[in-house]
Design a protein around this ligand. Structure first.
Ligand SMILES: Cc1cc2nc3c(=O)[nH]c(=O)nc-3n(C[C@H](O)[C@H](O)[C@H](O)COP(=O)(O)OP(=O)(O)OC[C@H]3O[C@@H](n4cnc5c(N)ncnc54)[C@H](O)[C@@H]3O)c2cc1C
Length: 449
């Protein structure tokens, strides 16, 4: 029997959840009504503290709770970056008033959030950001440009990093705001990726307004607050996520799903109809689960067209399986260490690197197995079906789709090179790159320095 950070054992929590689901799950509810119940009962983001609509359970138990809700056949918690990133950040650094204002709307799915961090000149070097916020009474006026903003087109709110002091070293002049993105000064423009989807956006901010009461964690303290967001992002990528699965329905006002019946989002046998796209991350348990299913798909394809006899294909299939198993075992090691109040330094970075390696291997292996057919890909469902019919291979789209998406995981959540830098400097104790950016005022640094 494992224990949690709350006083209850895992088994007790799961029993309580099952009873609660029996009493509350109802196919006649709207999505908004269901999420209101789920969120206020503490089941949407159970790893949050109790004063922030959570139950203070461990991350592992939160994953178990999300799985239990799914296997019960109920609609999962509202997914997305609000639950994964904004809620734990505001729960850590926000006032109780801010928690009640923002986190409540996140756990009940009322508002969707996006992460307004990266800029054209500030990605890996995030602290070099130049979006500026200037105080005007009780308000701040924001100007700048963000990019790579995942799910920005369906967001209501943004976790905004803006520079509020240019006369101090770059990490010390940043403030973290909760920005209402539904205002004239915020222009969100989707960017189409080579997958054909437009998951992320560029965001132009021109004289947008945000109140002093929307500063999270204090003026010029944004770097510390951002690090909470980033460590939740890394943990989400490296350890299978901490919040709800976001099965089926999208949170927020833009997708207009809150008024629909939950029955539309679960199938008759209770299984969720489809998974939401989320951030597309996945190291650790996520990556190992994915690699196992990817390996099975690739083995099936290779058996089907005879490539299974190719020794190099066989070797790479075993390599993929081995990396997946290593990810799973490392995830177990992290869980065991956490249960004893410890951590394994650098494991989130190692998991993220390993996940990048796996998606590249899946891409290369998949394309080798399908051969010349891998050059056929369509962006519309009906065109993809025509390709499947012509080739007789219904799984070709899965191979080409994941091959096109494989470029993203090695970049988001910190590129491979940045993960290696972190492992080198913080885990192995190698000397840092020489830099004076922690002592020189930002406005005296060369741009992007
Ligand atoms: C699918 C996807 C979704 C994303 N979603 C979001 C989002 O929702 N919100 C958000 O704010 N951002 C988001 N990002 C942005 C992401 O965090 C950045 O792309 C990432 O941090 C890299 O920044 P950059 O693109 O500016 O590349 P750069 O930082 O310009 O890097 C370019 C190259 O230089 C290398 N490099 C840079 N610095 C160093 C160094 N010190 N040492 C060695 N090599 C270095 C990098 O590894 C990379 O290969 C997303 C990205 C992707 C791909």
């Amino acid at each position: 029997m494992t224990t949690t950070e709350s006083n209850q054992s895992t088994d007790q929590i799961i029993d309580e959840l099952r009873t609660w689901l029996e009493e509350n799950w109802d196919l006649d509810l709207t999505v908004a009504e269901w999420w209101e119940k789920l969120g206020t009962a503490g089941w949407s983001a159970p790893s949050l503290p109790t004063n922030a609509y959570g139950r203070n359970v461990s991350r592992a138990d939160a994953v178990r709770i999300a799985g239990e809700i799914a296997s019960f056949g109920a609609l999962g918690a509202p997914g997305g970056l609000g639950l994964l990133l904004a809620a734990p950040t505001i729960a850590t650094h926000g006032t109780q008033e801010q928690i009640d204002l923002y986190v409540r709307d996140i756990v009940t799915g009322q508002k969707a959030w996006c992460q307004l961090f990266s800029e054209p000149g500030a990605g890996s070097d995030l602290a070099g950001l130049t979006t500026r916020a200037v105080q005007d009474g009780e308000e701040w006026v924001v100007n700048g440009q963000k990019v790579w903003t995942s799910t920005g087109q369906i967001a209501d709110m943004g976790m905004l990093l803006a520079r509020t002091n240019w006369d101090v070293p770059k990490h010390q002049g940043i403030t973290y705001f909760a920005l209402d993105v539904h205002q004239p000064g915020v222009d969100i423009r989707p960017l189409r990726e080579l997958t054909g989807h437009a998951m992320f956006n560029e965001v132009f901010i021109t004289d947008a307004h945000v109140g002093t009461d929307a500063i999270i964690g204090g003026l010029n303290n944004g770097w510390a607050v951002a690090n909470t967001t980033l460590s939740n992002e890394r943990a989400g990528l490296g350890a299978g996520g901490g919040g709800g699965g976001g099965f089926g329905a999208s949170p927020g006002t833009v997708t207009n799903q809150l008024g629909r019946k939950v029955a539309e989002f679960v199938s008759r046998d209770g299984a969720p109809r489809r998974m939401s796209r989320g951030g597309g991350g996945g190291g650790g348990s996520k990556a190992s689960a994915r690699s196992t299913s990817a390996a099975s798909l690739l083995i099936g394809l290779a058996e089907g067209n005879g490539k299974i006899k190719d020794p190099t294909v066989r070797q790479d299939l075993v390599r993929l399986h081995t990396l997946g198993e290593l990810g799973r075992l490392n995830n177990e090691r992290v869980k065991a260490a956490r249960a004893q109040g410890q951590d394994i330094p650098g494991m989130a970075n190692v998991s993220k690197l390993s996940m990048s390696h796996m998606v590249r291997l899946q891409r290369d292996l998949g394309l080798r197995i399908v051969g010349a057919q891998g050059m056929l890909h369509a962006y519309k469902d009906e065109d993809q079906k025509a390709i499947s019919d012509a080739t007789g291979n219904p799984f070709l789209g899965a191979v080409t789709n994941s091959a096109l998406y494989a470029q993203a995981p090695p970049i988001y959540g910190g590129t491979d090179q940045i993960q290696r830098n972190i492992i080198g400097e913080r885990v192995l104790g190698l000397p840092k790159e020489p830099s004076n950016d922690r002592v020189v005022a930002f406005n005296e640094l060369p741009r992007n320095g």
